[in-house]
Design a protein around this ligand. Structure first.
Ligand SMILES: *Cc1c(COP(=O)(O)O)cnc(C)c1O
Length: 410
């Protein structure tokens, strides 16, 4: 008899997006003439840049020719891409990396979910609240979280509230923690940490031998000077942090799949005898066993992001989204809402009026303005009373949605 991994039975249902779809469909059935604008899109919408498409075409042709065909590549990615990543994404910020510290993969979701496999099951994990659900669910699957309570919170997880009172910045845990997930710029709140804030986290991690799992999927959206793009801009971070990056939001690769993870040589985890073990070595071991690399045409396409044309083209797309973010942020402020984010990230985190629940506000916004977003409560207990709007719709729809919110709810 095959026994199930009972940790999977502790997983919360994937209720958020199915419940949104259910409510939208019901509203549309009752109001066939309605013109709903979706401001909850969590995926990019602009096409891949021409430089990327050209490189992918060329690489596909290479795969069809005897002289240039490639079979299995290195599981951790081709050096041609790792070198471009180091030269372009890190060196200009004063961060020096070795080629074998860069692990190319098919997604930051995959890597943020898988990296915990290298760590002991008795480690105490901290997450921000609200949070990107992948960090929680992957640790539930691994058996690191204990049981769930009526509020949907797990016994053994440490939740770091990100609320109005702390300006959406998590405070240090007051009890023992071994691993902490930080995502900056943040999904869902759209907020960031300054260099000083992140330095405090690195110092805390060094003092307490905590591993920081740093998700920088939105670094390309950073506009302000004092916001670090990489945790490795902070002195000492190489001893305590792993960093996840992705071409998904940066270059429109959500349907193409390419990302990378930086695991410094200094980064260690300890066995029960206190002996240090290199996480770089263990991650290589894990990837070479469980992963066979990203396809050559996709890695060639990702490398084209770093050509001058590629850089110009991704900048134009990100500028487009960030102009949407500005319109949303300023429009909501004009309508009298309290808002966070939207300056260095494509997400705007708004407070619901009069402490209305996230789902009640969802209904109100849908019925009165025909605009759909994402209830903050879906990202954690401290997301209750908040609502997420995203900058990924078209300019035209973004302008229409904001005008409606100002007219109907302002
Ligand atoms: C979109 C997103 C990613 C990127 O995931 P991919 O698997 O690379 O597409 C990672 N982290 C967060 C928080 C995200 O929102």
């Amino acid at each position: 008899m095959a026994l199930v991994n009972e940790n999977y039975l502790k997983l919360p249902g994937n209720y958020l997006f199915s419940e949104i779809a259910r409510r939208v469909n019901e509203f549309k059935q009752q109001n066939p003439a309605s013109d709903i604008i979706r401001m909850g899109i969590g995926d990019v919408t602009r096409p891949l840049p021409p430089a990327v498409i050209d490189a992918m075409h060329k690489a596909v042709d290479e795969m069809g020719s005897l002289d240039t065909f490639r079979g299995y590549g290195p599981e951790q990615g081709y050096e041609f891409l790792a070198e471009k990543i180091i030269e372009n994404d890190f060196k200009p910020r004063g961060v020096n990396l070795k080629v074998d510290e860069v692990f190319i993969s098919d997604g930051a979701k995959t890597d943020t979910a898988n990296f915990q496999e290298l760590l002991g099951v008795d480690n105490i994990v901290a997450v921000t609240d609200p949070v990107y659900p992948v960090y929680v669910d992957s640790n539930v699957m691994a058996g690191r979280t204990g049981k769930v309570n009526a509020q949907g919170q797990f016994d053994k997880l440490i939740y770091l509230p990100c609320i109005e009172e702390n300006d959406m910045k998590p405070e240090f845990p007051t009890s023992r923690v071994d691993m902490v997930y930080l995502c900056y710029p943040n999904n869902p709140t759209g907020t960031t940490l300054t260099k000083e804030d992140l330095k405090k986290w690195v110092d805390f991690a060094r003092e307490n031998k905590v591993l920081i799992l740093f998700d920088a999927a939105y670094e390309a959206f950073i506009r302000e000077e004092n916001v670090p793009h990489s945790i490795f801009e902070i002195e000492g971070a190489r001893e305590v942090a792993v960093e996840f990056r992705s071409f998904s939001k940066t270059a429109g690769f959500t349907g193409t799949r390419c990302a990378y993870t930086i695991v410094p040589h200094e980064l260690m985890a300890y066995d029960s005898q206190g002996q240090a073990h290199s996480l770089n070595k263990l991650w290589l071991r894990r990837q070479t066993t469980k992963f066979n690399g990203v396809s050559y045409p996709v890695q060639a396409a990702a490398a084209a992001v770093y050509t001058p044309e590629g850089q110009q083209q991704i900048k134009e797309t990100i500028d487009y989204y960030m102009e949407n973010a500005r319109l949303i942020r300023e429009g909501l402020q004009k309508a009298g809402f309290k808002v966070f984010g939207g300056v260095n990230a494509p997400y705007i985190w708004m407070q619901t009026p009069n402490k209305m629940s996230s789902w009640d506000f969802f209904d109100k916004l849908m019925k009165e303005a025909e605009v759909v977003g994402t209830p903050g409560a879906g990202f954690g207990a401290n997301g209750e009373g908040y609502f997420r709007l995203t900058a990924f719709n078209t300019r035209e729809n973004t302008e229409r949605a904001i005008q409606r919110i100002i007219n109907k709810l302002g």
